[in-house]
Write a protein that binds this ligand. Structure first.
Ligand code: HEC
Length: 119
């Protein structure tokens, strides 16, 4: 008497699916690791590491110049009030766009410190 072919096919299929799922699960661990944005990285302890110089060249340089001496926007080298600079970055003003939607408060305060340091 011949066995029904599905009695072999079903267990084999189950094993194949289980192995595939296990492999997919393992692979998933490495592929689901979120890649931090290039200029901002969150450290393992939850602290944040902001590369203000990179943020400046990405967001501000086009209007304020690489050295802060100004092109479309004014010279920033004389700016030394971090709170006022942070407000300007956050809200914009005149023909400068607001950055509140694009930059985190950490990034804005790091940029404000960076601008204070420009000379
Ligand atoms: C699209 C061009 C543009 C970009 C991009 C830009 N700014 Fe400005 N920024 C200006 C202009 C124009 C002003 C003058 C605003 C005004 O007339 O009140 C200004 C003013 C400022 C001021 C106040 C200076 C002063 O003398 O009153 C600061 C500080 C400043 N910008 C910093 C930044 C920083 C930091 C960035 C990047 C996050 C940035 N800006 C991006 C155009 C720009």
């Amino acid at each position: 008497m011949r066995k029904h072919p599905w009695m072999i096919a079903v267990p084999v299929l189950v094993i194949v699916l289980a192995v595939a799922a296990a492999l997919a699960g393992c692979g998933g661990d490495s592929t689901t690791t979120t890649t931090a944005a290039p200029v901002t990285e969150t450290t393992a302890d939850g602290g944040s590491m902001v590369d203000a110089a990179a943020l400046y060249s990405a967001n501000c340089e086009s209007c304020h110049g690489a050295d802060g001496s100004g092109t479309i926007g004014p010279d920033l080298r004389t700016e030394d009030n971090a709170a006022a600079i942070a407000t300007q970055i956050e809200q914009g003003g005149g023909s400068m766009p607001a950055f509140a939607d694009q930059l985190s408060t950490d990034e804005i305060s790091a940029l404000a410190d960076f601008v204070v340091g420009l000379e």
